[in-house]
Design a protein around this ligand. Structure first.
Ligand code: IPM
Ligand code: MG
Length: 355
């Protein structure tokens, strides 16, 4: 098969990790007799420098024509002082929205080989954990009304959280279906003791749980969830939550796996193309030094094989290669605990060697 993939490398380490991933994909295709055509488009700061806008129309059009999209990361010090609408991050929200990607899957699992890299004690992570966070991605406070107005204390800024029944129901269904394919446990995380949107969220989730009686359903307040993730991560199977809470909790969940440099994500919608990206950012402090961890991006490509192309064979090939390299003791700086590490390009080579 021939697959057309749009590459949105973006800024900072985005370029290095996407280049690494392309090499891994090329080798995977060579082995399976498939072919990838890659086309790069501008996004984020790189697009601002080149075109004056973080998300040029040409990028959206190019993505829409392709079978799938691989994104690196956006943002950097250089663009930090631009106004909200002009910031590189705006492009991320823009592309998610333009492609209708309302589902964000963020798996966080502990690799046995990386147990030492987890900041949690052995007695907590000894049994391992494997959490799938289902984050709503095109609604909530990220996309609500915002601006400035005169308030009680003078000028104030505001952002609004809003969720419709439709938005909650469609992400809820995805979460229940995801749980059905895993260990059949789903925890919905909200702030229903304070927020009206959360109360509606909880009501809809409860209704859905009536349809999915095989799934052991629970709900949890987000402050408690933040605590439970570090107290006993093994209790979670699938988590479903809003855009904002999912953003925060997925960073927390990534940290206990040892490094945010390990976590992949898939952003899906009802139509192709879907988008795959590591959950980490552009890390401008280490950009260009060849010390980033390419694994999150490489595992994102594995998710692409599985979810966009229905190619579990290729996904497993990539995932097994990553497992093997970690088991063989190879580490990038972020996951090394003895000061010994290999560079981004070397890690890429190691993975390609065992593919
Ligand atoms: C993420 C990022 C983005 C988000 C930012 C960069 C807009 O933190 O993908 O988690 O908040 O969604
Ligand atoms: Mg985030």
């Amino acid at each position: 098969m021939i697959y057309n993939i749009s590459l949105l490398k973006g800024d900072g380490i985005g370029t290095e990790i996407v280049d690494s991933t392309v090499k891994v994909l090329e080798k995977t295709a060579e082995k399976s007799g498939d072919k990838f055509n890659f086309t790069s488009y501008l996004i984020g700061g790189a697009a601002i420098d080149e075109t004056g806008q973080p998300l040029p129309q040409e990028t959206i059009d190019g993505c829409l024509k392709s079978d799938s999209v691989l994104l690196g990361a956006v943002g950097g010090y250089k663009w930090d002082n631009l106004s909200g609408d002009q910031r590189p991050e705006k492009a991320l929200l823009g592309i998610r929205s333009a492609l209708g990607l309302y589902i964000n899957l963020r798996p966080a699992k502990l690799y046995p080989a990386l147990r030492n890299a987890s900041p949690l004690k052995d007695e907590i992570v000894g049994g391992g954990f494997d959490i799938m966070i289902v984050r709503e991605l095109t609604g909530g406070i990220y996309f609500g009304d915002r601006g400035y107005r005169e308030g009680k204390y003078g000028e104030e800024a505001f952002d609004t959280e809003a969720y419709s029944v439709t938005e909650i129901e469609r992400i809820g269904r995805v979460a229940f279906e995801t749980a059905m394919k895993r260990n059949k446990r789903l925890c919905s995380i909200d702030k229903a003791n304070v927020l009206e949107t959360s109360r509606l969220w909880r009501k809809i989730m409860h209704e859905l749980s009536g349809e999915y009686t095989e799934v052991e359903y629970s709900d949890m307040l987000v402050d408690n969830a933040a605590m439970q993730i570090v107290r006993n991560p093994g209790q979670f199977d699938v988590i479903v939550t809003s855009n904002m809470f999912g953003d925060i909790l997925s960073d927390e969940a990534s940290q206990i796996t040892g490094s945010i440099g390990m976590l992949a994500s898939a952003s899906l919608g009802d139509n192709k193309p879907h988008l795959y990206e590591p959950i980490h950012g552009s890390a401008p402090d280490i950009a260009g030094k060849d010390i980033a961890n390419p694994i999150a991006a490489i595992l994102s490509a594995a998710m692409m094989m599985r979810y966009s192309f229905n190619r579990a064979d290729m996904a497993e090939c990539i995932e097994n290669a990553v497992d093997r390299v970690l088991e063989n003791g190879w580490r990038t700086a972020d996951i090394s605990n003895d000061g010994n590490y290999i560079k981004c390009s070397e890690m890429t080579k190691k993975i390609i060697e065992v593919l």
